[in-house]
Design a protein around this ligand. Structure first.
Ligand code: BGC
Length: 412
C-alpha cells in the first residue's frame, strides 16, 4: 500500500474513532409526557455539541426499577455513561469505587460555590464529585383543579390539615374524585412524606426518619401520621390500585379529580397539557407544611468509563450544570435549579414559589430529604418503609400496627 493510502486510511480510522466517542448512554426513568419534554432539552443541547444520545428508559418513580437495571449493567462490567439517581443510592455506588472523578470539571466551573450543600452531600464522595445534579424537586405539594374546586364550593385554599380534609370531602360530595392517587408503593410513600411533615413538623421528621431515633418513631405522633393516611385513603377512587402517577395527574388536569398530592414533577404534566397555574390549576404546600420543604434532587451519576467515552461524558456533565440549561430544563420539569445562581425570571408562579421556598427552607434549616425519594435513608430502609406504608394503605395493617411496624423497618 502506498504511504498516502496508508495515511488516508489512518486518518479515516482516527476520525471514525473520534465520531464513535461522541455518544452517551443514559439510563433514567423519565417516561411521562412532561418528563420526556424536559429530557429533550438536555438531549438537544448535547446533540448541538455533536454528542449522540442513546436512551435507556426504565419507568417507575423513585427509581427502584431503574436501580435494578443499573446493577445488572455494572455487574456485567458494562456500565452506562450516566444514570439518573437519587440521594443515598449515589453514596452506595460511590462506596463501590465505580464512579468517575469529575473534580477537574467541577473546579473549572465552580460547582462548589454554586450547588447547594444539601445536594453536594450526595454529589460528592470523599471530596470527589461523582454526579451532576440537574434539579431540586420537592414532595410536599398539592395540585388542584381550579374549576372542580369552584364547582364543589371550595372557595379558599385550605391552610390546615382539617381544612384540607374538609375541602376534599366537599369535592367528593360534589361527585368528583377527591384525591387522584396511583396505588404504587413509591406514590404512597410520596404522600407519606408530606403527612409526616404536616403531622409532626420538621423536628419530628428529622428525628424519626433521618436520624431514625427509636423513641421518636415509637411516639404517638407516628400513629397519628397513619390515622391521617387512613383519612386520605377514604378520599381516593376505587380504581387507584397500580395507577401510574401521571395518569393520576391527568385526572386532575381533565377535571375528573380535585386534588393530587405529588412532587412537583406533576407540574410538568400540567404544563405539557398547556394548563396555566393560577388559571387552570393551583399549586400549594400540603396544609401544615408551609415553611418546610421535603426535597429530592435528580443527579446524573457518572460511571468510570473507558478513555473512548470520557470526553462525551465530560460534555454531558458540563451541559447539565450549565446555568442556561438549568433554567430551560427546570421550567419544563417542574423543579427548581440545582444551582443557587440561576434567575427565576423564566419560571411560572409555581416554579417561582418552589425556588423561593427552597431558599427559605435552606436558610431556616427546615429543608429535609424526602423519605420516599431516597434522601432520608439508604435504599434498604427506604424499601422497608415503602412496604409498611403500602400495606397500611391497602388495609393490611391498622394504624397502630403500622406505627409499630415502622419502628422495626427503621432497623433494616
Ligand atoms: C424523580 C422525578 C420523577 C419522578 C416520577 C422521582 O423519583 O425524582 O424526577 O419525575 O420520580 O417519575
Amino acid at each position: 500500500m502506498k504511504i498516502q493510502t496508508l495515511a488516508f486510511a489512518a486518518a479515516a480510522f482516527i476520525s471514525s474513532a473520534a465520531l464513535a466517542q461522541q455518544n452517551v448512554e443514559v439510563l433514567h426513568w423519565w417516561t411521562s409526557g412532561g418528563e420526556a419534554a424536559a429530557l429533550n432539552v438536555l438531549k438537544s443541547n448535547l446533540e448541538k455539541q455533536g454528542v449522540k444520545w442513546n436512551d435507556m428508559p426504565v419507568a417507575g418513580g423513585g427509581g427502584e426499577a431503574a436501580m435494578t437495571a443499573v446493577r445488572a449493567r455494572v455487574t456485567s462490567g458494562n456500565p452506562p455513561t450516566a444514570v439518573q439517581m437519587l440521594g443515598f443510592d449515589i453514596t452506595d455506588w460511590a462506596k463501590q469505587n465505580v464512579l468517575a472523578d469529575l473534580n477537574e470539571l467541577a473546579a473549572k466551573e465552580g460547582w462548589d460555590k454554586s450547588v447547594p450543600k444539601a445536594l453536594q452531600q450526595f454529589s460528592k464522595h470523599n471530596g470527589k464529585w461523582v454526579a451532576a445534579p440537574v434539579n431540586v424537586h420537592s414532595t410536599n405539594w398539592v395540585w388542584a383543579n381550579k374549576e372542580v374546586l369552584t364547582k364543589a364550593g371550595v372557595t379558599t385554599e385550605p391552610r390546615t390539615w382539617d381544612e384540607f380534609i374538609a375541602a376534599a370531602e366537599k369535592v367528593q360530595k360534589a361527585g368528583f374524585v377527591a384525591l387522584a392517587h396511583g396505588g404504587q408503593p413509591w406514590q404512597e410513600a410520596t404522600v407519606f412524606d408530606g403527612v409526616v411533615l404536616a403531622t409532626g413538623g420538621v423536628d419530628y421528621y428529622r428525628k424519626a426518619f433521618i436520624e431514625r431515633d427509636p423513641a421518636t418513631l415509637a411516639s404517638p405522633t407516628t400513629e397519628k401520621v397513619f390515622q391521617r393516611m387512613s383519612q386520605l385513603r377514604k378520599l381516593v377512587d376505587k380504581d387507584f390500585s397500580g395507577r401510574d402517577w401521571n395518569v393520576a395527574s391527568g385526572m386532575v388536569i381533565s377535571g375528573k379529580a380535585g386534588f393530587q398530592i405529588m412532587g412537583d414533577w406533576a407540574k410538568g404534566e400540567f404544563i405539557n397539557a398547556k394548563k396555566v397555574p393560577g388559571k387552570d390549576f393551583l399549586c400549594f404546600r400540603i396544609p401544615g407544611t408551609q415553611g418546610s420543604v421535603t426535597f429530592n434532587s435528580d443527579q446524573f451519576v457518572m460511571y468510570k468509563v473507558g478513555a473512548d467515552k470520557a470526553a462525551a461524558q465530560t460534555k454531558l456533565a458540563g451541559a447539565i450544570l450549565d446555568p442556561a440549561f438549568q433554567s430551560a430544563f427546570n421550567v419544563v420539569k417542574g423543579s427548581a435549579p440545582a444551582r443557587t445562581d440561576v434567575s427565576d425570571a423564566a419560571f411560572d408562579a409555581c416554579g417561582k414559589k418552589a425556588i423561593k421556598d427552597l431558599a427559605e427552607a435552606n436558610s431556616k434549616n427546615t429543608l429535609v430529604g424526602s423519605i420516599a425519594h431516597g434522601h432520608a435513608a439508604p435504599a434498604s430502609v427506604k424499601s422497608a418503609f415503602y412496604d409498611v406504608i403500602t400495606r397500611h394503605f391497602n388495609g393490611q395493617l391498622d394504624d397502630k400496627k403500622a406505627a409499630a411496624a415502622l419502628v422495626a423497618a427503621a432497623k433494616s
